[in-house]
Ligand binder design. Structure first.
Ligand code: NAP
Length: 270
């Protein structure tokens, strides 16, 4: 099913940070189907080129790629160079799954720092790089991919949960600031989604009763939610968000902790 998207508002170029696989590859396919040219960013050159080639072949749009680790301090400079002269009407910040699961006090601060660098530092840098010209032009869109994890603290992923909470609150403020300039901002919150990264992390997708989304579905929903910011939730996760927003935090946090022990290995390190 194709996604209605206003290419005059969000084009002619879209940048997808984390545009090589999973939800990012679905964003690439669906945005290209709407006629947007793409700049795809990710680390592994293989899946990046595969997605770029498939999108060019299927939709006939221009696709540039940059193999870059968004946590590298000079990533933003490389991205500015590869997008020099392009009119970027849409930024999708999708990269951001957790890379390090460990209890905090004995964990590796540098590895926790990478989770912060990706989800906070790189996200903020890209939002400024592309958001400022959007404000000038008085058109565009910024789509940030969030997580159900950002609604509650969790053992082993305390930093990931906290950065996702940061991103959600940031999206709300950004939405307020940009709406006066006709730039749409939305954080689209995902629950468990069947992506290659989660499969590699050993996530158990088969827990009875657990809602699992498919990448192409959440990408379609997220694109459709662009004008409905500041925060929208992937279908099937509304109840989980509502429960996590309750005020009896002690009971909520312990209950969710028991449930999540069945889902993920106790600690992981990419
Ligand atoms: N999957 C889920 O169950 C789930 C649940 C809730 C929220 N989310 C959110 O959904 C988004 C996508 O998650 P995902 O499961 O697809 O995993 P992901 O590891 O965020 O991967 C998504 C894309 O980002 C790229 N990427 C990851 N780290 C990068 C880095 N340091 N520099 C540049 N590119 C990077 C990946 O390619 P490379 O690996 O080649 O770099 C891939 O193209 C994330 O923001 C995540 O927090 C996912």
């Amino acid at each position: 099913m194709s996604t209605p998207i206003d290419s005059t508002k969000y084009g002619p170029w879209a940048v997808i940070a984390g545009g090589s696989e999973g939800v990012g590859a679905s964003f690439a396919d669906q945005l290209a189907a709407a006629g947007l040219n793409l700049v795809l960013l990710a680390r592994k050159p293989g899946p990046l080129e595969e997605t770029a080639e498939s999108v060019r072949r299927t939709h006939g749009v221009e696709v540039r790629t940059l193999s870059v680790d968004l946590t590298d301090p000079d990533a933003i400079k490389q991205i500015a160079e590869v997008t020099e002269g392009l009119e970027v009407g849409l930024l999708v910040f999708n990269a951001g799954a957790n890379t390090y699961g460990h209890e905090f006090v004995t964990g590796d601060l540098e590895k926790f720092g990478k989770v912060i660098d990706l989800n906070i530092t790189a996200q903020l840098e890209l939002v400024q790089l592309f958001g400022a010209p959007m404000k000038e032009r008085r058109r565009g869109g910024i789509l940030l991919v969030g997580s159900l994890a950002g609604f509650m603290g969790s053992a082993q992923i305390s930093i990931y949960a906290a950065v996702k909470a940061f991103c959600r609150v940031f999206a709300e403020g950004l939405w307020l600031e940009m709406r006066d300039y006709d730039v749409d901002v939305v954080e689209f919150v995902l629950g468990v989604t069947r992506t290659p990264a989660m499969a590699r992390a050993g996530l158990n997708f088969d827990i009875p009763g657990m809602h699992v989304s498919e990448p192409e579905d959440v990408a379609r929903q997220a694109i459709a939610a662009l004008t409905s910011g500041p925060v929208q939730i992937a279908e099937g996760n509304e109840k989980a968000v509502s429960i996590r927003s309750g005020i009896d935090r002690h009971k909520l946090v312990l209950g969710a902790h028991e449930a999540s022990k069945k889902m993920l290995p106790p600690s992981h390190d990419d």
